[in-house]
Design a protein around this ligand. Structure first.
Ligand code: NDP
Length: 320
């Protein structure tokens, strides 16, 4: 791989990155996608997607992403299986270093997404998609009339728990302290919901039953007393937050205090010619369809920016 120069480079291949690629490719911008850490993005770790418009029946997350990728390829998007390691946004064209190669980009679309934080216990990974989830909107529907657990004490946990009460018979929130971090309004909503109860000062240390391949219960540890107890449960939702994948951009782009990229006037970032789409800049909606929507916006914003730049350069040249 040499010092490839592109009109548009897209970082990330989830719903935002692939939609940006479809639009950029159809605008003859010959985009290059660097796949990133999780090709296909967060949808590749979900099962059935029932809320992405256009599908009468549920579509599997990985299938949806494979179709989006094929669609982007059809219009000439180039893909490289690499993860950006550093970016130089201080000069133009921008430079991206990845896997020993460097790429120049006239316009850069950042769609590196966010990753759900997990507890880091082996049973959680093994049962992910089989009763363990990090997305109530995606998987809540499968827990009709069940007893589910939500781990966490912030707004995400309150929102997930409240959403789950639409389906579940009972929702138990497990928090590692005796005080919630969530905003007052979200706390009040959760506390007032008769289907929601709380277990305080406790951590989930084990999820059962890996051998059965489905969730049947959890082992809790009281962090104050150290006492452990087992509890039967049908599903466990991780609501301990998301981490935007923005480490590369710290000090280079304006970020919100929670680490997400700040955008203005659509998908523009604090550096001209750099656009951000999807979960890397969205900590409110975080849906596949909103990621795709902002991906489309980023491609259109990039196209217009490149056109205006070319027009300015031509005007200046004619005036000389
Ligand atoms: P937060 O960081 O606010 O909260 C994370 C919660 O998970 C905390 O209660 C934390 O505990 C707990 N936690 C973190 N790691 C662990 C762990 N390893 N084990 C057990 N518990 C853990 O993240 P959120 O995703 O809730 O919110 C992020 C941002 O997004 C906030 O600004 C929030 O306001 C916003 N948001 C807004 C929404 C809305 O307005 N509709 C919806 C969702 C999020 P502890 O408190 O002890 O640190």
């Amino acid at each position: 791989m040499g010092n490839d120069k592109r009109k548009v480079v897209i970082l990330g291949s989830g719903a935002a990155g692939l939609t940006a690629a479809i639009y950029a490719a159809r605008a003859n911008l010959e985009p290059l996608i660097l796949d990133g850490i999780q090709p296909g993005g967060q949808l590749t770790i979900t099962s059935e997607v029932e809320n992405y418009p256009g599908f009468r029946e549920a579509i599997m997350g990985p299938d949806l992403m494979a179709d989006m990728r094929a669609q982007a390829e059809r219009f000439g998007t180039a893909f490289i299986q690499a993860q950006a390691e550093s970016v130089d946004l201080s000069k133009h064209p921008f430079v991206i270093h990845a896997d020993g190669a460097s790429f120049q980009a006239e316009a850069l679309i950042i769609a590196t997404g966010a990753s759900a934080k997990l507890l880091g216990i082996p049973s959680e990974t093994k049962l992910m998609g089989h009763g363990v989830s990090a997305c109530a909107t995606c998987d809540g529907f499968f827990f009709r009339a069940k007893h589910v657990m939500v781990v966490g004490g912030g707004d995400t946990a309150m929102e997930e728990a409240t959403f789950l009460t639409k389906f579940a018979a009972k929702v138990t929130i497990v928090h590692r302290r005796d005080e919630l971090r969530a905003s007052k309004i979200m706390q009040e909503k959760a506390r007032a919901n008769p289907k929601i109860s709380f277990i305080w000062d406790s951590e989930v240390v084990e999820i059962f039953d890996v051998a059965k391949g489905s969730v049947t219960g959890v082992r809790l540890r009281n962090v104050k007393t150290g006492a452990e107890s087992d509890m039967a449960i049908d599903g466990v939702f991780m609501g301990i937050g998301h981490r935007p994948n923005t480490g590369l951009f710290e000090g280079k782009l304006d970020l919100h205090p929670n680490g997400y990229i700040k955008t203005h006037d659509g998908t523009k970032t604090s550096v001209e010619g750099v656009f951000a789409a999807g979960d890397v800049q969205d900590f409110v909606y975080r849906q596949a369809i909103t990621a795709a929507g902002t991906g489309c916006m980023a491609a259109i914003d990039a196209e217009r920016w490149l056109e205006a730049r070319a027009h300015d350069a031509a005007t200046k040249a004619a005036a000389r």
